[in-house]
Design a protein. Sequence first.
Length: 127
Amino acid sequence: MATTVTTSDAANITYAGAELWGLLSPDGQTCTCGFQYGKAVSLGSTLVSGVVTAATYFGATLTGLEQNMVYYFRAYATYGVTTVYGTITNFKTLALAPSSQAGYVWIESTRFHFFDSTGVHHSVEGT
């Protein structure tokens, strides 16, 4: 079995940041994991999450992003001279400042979305 990395959905998306998540199955390798991201599919920036030695989720927080902007990202894992990549996916930062979005609620497909009192976006899968 080969080392694999999967890009998960971004979480806790705000007007200026988001949490990125990936899943590593290292097949016995010690891997440096992280994310590539940018405003275009070509990505351009790298954020290292840390060193992982067992199958686990890993994450990193992006801050200082532009509001109402689409960002693309993918997870990666490097071991030795080999780097494996997850699929490129995207998220869009929020357009509203935190003070104006608290209490805002909406439903999108099967997901329930809302903003808490600090302006942090939460998303819950419905059944």
